[in-house]
Design a protein around this ligand. Structure first.
Ligand code: KPL
Length: 337
């Protein structure tokens, strides 16, 4: 008789949370999506996750858990959801500090919490609550967009890479097998840092530029000035990584341009955030690079200007008419240290 498939909990109700949740549920796992988006949770609780792939679609049942912060300020309840052997974290980075203690309770004491989030700092934050031996860092390049509450449109194909440590290796390998069996192109590595920083370089280049200018990824390649900013932002990330002793083994400026071309019609996750007036991940992406640059003595004026531009855009969206001008970003970069 086949072994029962282990249950999996996903922290998050957005596009990637739904894409991973649906694929794992279709492969026979009991999947619970836990999050704070009331409409999304209600839709998934009622009719499962609807997946749109090109002109086709499919649907799969999942369980849901609402993590709404109680009005009386009490701790977030994890209800009667049993602690899970695997917890995938796919909430936006700014939610990690609040939800890290919840993640620690949703994962079994000998379970594995894997952050597949953008940016830096999420694993450290999760480990502060759950302990470092329960946390692994993953990077995914799978694409997805929210098509409505409980409804996800599949974007481009991509991969999942998860970092192993001596303490987590067996559980990481078992999770990789689970992901592969669910149709996800997954692998483990003993050195995740280069993969994290390559993706960070791409996100530092594409995400704030698309969000600031209000355009899909491919439109960045229409103007030599945005191409120059894209290259410069990615190259600064490579310089900081080199100073930290992290070998990227890639020309990340060319990589960022290639990803913008390959995902030309995508609206980046940061543009989707600014479109719906939600907080962005700018602090964990460009902000984290500027802070790391300061520590190792590498100047990052383009990342600093992009960081500032998105911070003031989201603080003052109504007063900030579109289209915003690429010229002001270039001036900003010249002013930033
Ligand atoms: O990861 C992305 C994102 O939108 O966050 C990219 C690679 C930029 C694709 O849109």
């Amino acid at each position: 008789m086949n072994e029962p498939r282990p249950p999996i909990t996903i922290l998050g109700t957005g596009a990637l949370a739904m894409r991973f949740g649906a694929m794992l549920a279709r492969a026979g796992h009991a999947v619970t999506l836990a999050g704070t988006w009331a409409e999304g949770l209600a839709a998934m609780g009622g009719r499962g996750i609807e997946v749109v792939e090109g002109h086709d679609g499919w649907r799969v049942d999942v369980a849901t858990l609402s993590l709404a912060l109680p009005a009386n300020g009490a701790n977030v309840s994890t209800g009667d959801v049993p602690p899970s052997p695997y917890l995938l974290v796919l909430v936006k980075s700014h939610q990690t500090p609040r939800l890290a203690p919840v993640a620690a309770r949703l994962a079994a004491p000998d379970g594995l919490i894997v952050t597949l989030q953008n940016g830096l700092g999420n694993a450290e934050c999760l480990a502060a609550s759950a302990g470092p031996d329960r946390v692994a860092v993953g990077v995914t390049t799978l694409g997805a967009a929210v098509a409505g509450p409980g409804r996800v449109r599949v974007g481009g194909d991509g991969t999942v890479t998860i970092g192993r440590s001596a303490a987590t290796a067996a559980r990481v390998d078992a999770l990789v097998d689970i992901l592969v069996a669910a149709g996800i192109d997954a692998a483990a590595t003993d050195d995740i840092a280069p993969t994290v920083w390559r993706k960070l370089a791409v996100n530092c280049a594409i995400n704030p530029l698309t969000a600031y200018l209000g355009v899909p990824n491919g439109r960045l390649l229409d103007d030599p000035r945005t191409i120059a900013l894209l290259h410069a932002a990615a190259a600064e990330v490579a310089a900081v990584a080199a100073a930290l002793g992290i070998p990227l083994d890639a020309d990340v400026a060319a990589l960022a341009e290639a990803v913008a071309a390959r995902t030309a019609d995508n609206r980046s996750s940061m543009l989707q955030d600014t479109d719906r007036g939600a907080p962005t991940e700018i602090d964990a992406i460009n902000g984290a690079v500027v802070r790391a640059g300061k520590v190792v003595g590498v100047e990052t004026p383009v990342n600093a200007a992009l960081w500032q531009a998105i911070v003031s855009l989201t603080a003052d969206d109504a007063a900030s008419p579109r289209p915003r001008d690429v010229g002001s970003l270039i001036e900003g970069a010249a002013r930033c240290p």
